[in-house]
Design a protein around this ligand. Sequence first.
Ligand SMILES: *[C@@H]1O[C@H](CO)[C@@H](O)[C@H](O)[C@H]1NC(C)=O
Ligand SMILES: *[C@@H]1O[C@H](CO)[C@@H](O)[C@H](O)[C@H]1NC(C)=O
Ligand SMILES: *[C@@H]1O[C@H](CO)[C@@H](O)[C@H](O)[C@H]1NC(C)=O
Ligand SMILES: *[C@@H]1O[C@H](CO)[C@@H](O)[C@H](O)[C@H]1NC(C)=O
Ligand SMILES: *[C@@H]1O[C@H](CO)[C@@H](O)[C@H](O)[C@H]1NC(C)=O
Ligand SMILES: *[C@@H]1O[C@H](CO)[C@@H](O)[C@H](O)[C@H]1NC(C)=O
Length: 435
Amino acid sequence: MFSLKLWAATAGVVVFTSTLTGVQALDNGVARLPILGYNTWNAYQCNIDEDLLLTTAKLVKSLGLQAAGYNYVNIDDCYSEKNRSAAGDIVEDKIRFKGGMKKLNSQIHALGFKTGIYSDSGWFTCGGYPGSYQNELRDAKTFQDWGFDYLKYDNCAIPYDSITRQGIVGRYQRMADALKQISANRKTPFVFSLCQWGWSQVWLWGANLGHSWRTTGDIAPKWDSLAFIINFNSFITQATDFYGRNDLDMLQLGNGGLTYEEAKSHFTAWALMRSPLLIGTNLSAITPDILGILKNKEILAINQDDVVGKSISPFRWGINPDWTSNSTHPAQYWSGPTKSGTVFMLLNTLNVPSTLSFNLTESPWIRAGRQYSVRDLWSHTDNGTAVRTFTANNVPPHGVVALLLKDAGDEPGGLFPECSVWWQCIDKNGTHVGG
Ligand SMILES: *[C@@H]1O[C@H](CO)[C@@H](O)[C@H](O)[C@H]1NC(C)=O
Ligand SMILES: *[C@@H]1O[C@H](CO)[C@@H](O)[C@H](O)[C@H]1NC(C)=O
Ligand SMILES: *[C@@H]1O[C@H](CO)[C@@H](O)[C@H](O)[C@H]1NC(C)=O
Ligand SMILES: *[C@@H]1O[C@H](CO)[C@@H](O)[C@H](O)[C@H]1NC(C)=O
Ligand SMILES: *[C@@H]1O[C@H](CO)[C@@H](O)[C@H](O)[C@H]1NC(C)=O
Ligand SMILES: *[C@@H]1O[C@H](CO)[C@@H](O)[C@H](O)[C@H]1NC(C)=O
């Protein structure tokens, strides 16, 4: 390891840390749990200014979203001048952020929020503003001086290979190193959110560098986009745990384009896959329905579980054979461990109502021979005790069922077959019983 570093330093290339040999979560004291908050991009794109940010922060608070846990207010692309200062620093847009980022940050912090800013690992941001390539430390210091707590780092305008002599990992490593350096002098380190939407297999390396990593391109407010993202992420759920997680992109609730049932499915999948939850909605126009979805306490509690950090995963694909990758019809039956039981997500991927039914032990987190109390996380009701199987009738088109099952003791005696895995069930005397 030492000689590798020495060689790298001598050759004048980026010095990789020893974590290159294996993925380790970035356990530096921040973002152990998914970040909850607001991001400006989806509702406003480049039409942002300091008044909008302050108004939005006040709305996150007055609408009760801050109390529900959404405690970051993040600025996305297009906040700066197109040119750096003569000294080489990024400067705020002189008109739209005329009071300066320092003042804005102190105002938003005074409301009890943390704040996030945005930059890019190439020459320019996706909107054509200055990127941080070759200015990583300088820009990290600027963001720190301005008072930010979080950095989203994009992937546009990649410099020539003859300049970088490194791939995407190296370009992100440069900013990770800069943030590490300045974080040494901060009370809490920067949260680093990788937004490297290419086919970079980030789930294999992102945890070394950042607290979350985008796995797909930008979300759009339509079912097809949700289905695509859910399908893609269904195959890489193992990458998510404390301090590092697949980022499924912003919550596109209430921007039109999704039915109420689709919006519930969206929120459920994102929360239970333990993605960061960043609201991308125009909060001045939010409806009580959407607000209710965003504030679902029981589902947020699972997203913010402080004992178990893992994502839910599919145990049966349903209408398609297991392990089918299908961008319009992702897996339907999912489960995962939580500190208070096993959570299930059933997705109706069809355009018509359907009945979704599963045997409890299809989930590896369930014990055979036990019965389970069932909590419906959307109706907020206790729905009796499940013995061996559970059936959800009439799930609406593109709708979702979210259940928390808790062990409720031994199942009743005399059930047939004797084993829930009936086809393998053997009497002690050697006779096969069951089906
Ligand atoms: C910004 O920088 C470009 C490229 O260096 C230069 O051509 C342009 O004049 C600058 N614009 C301003 C407003 O300074
Ligand atoms: C946000 O909603 C308000 C209230 O309906 C509306 O006036 C405003 O134009 C919306 N902004 C955008 C960018 O859609
Ligand atoms: C995806 O699955 C649905 C449902 O089984 C099927 O109708 C559709 O043809 C599949 N799409 C592709 C591209 O295989
Ligand atoms: C559920 O269990 C029953 C036996 O109790 C079995 O016939 C059925 O195939 C199982 N279904 C699934 C999807 O495993
Ligand atoms: C659970 O019970 C409630 C209240 O009766 C009902 O509205 C809901 O649909 C039930 N959930 C499931 C998944 O059947
Ligand atoms: C073996 O077990 C089976 C199933 O329980 C039972 O029907 C059968 O009588 C047993 N045979 C003997 C020889 O005990």
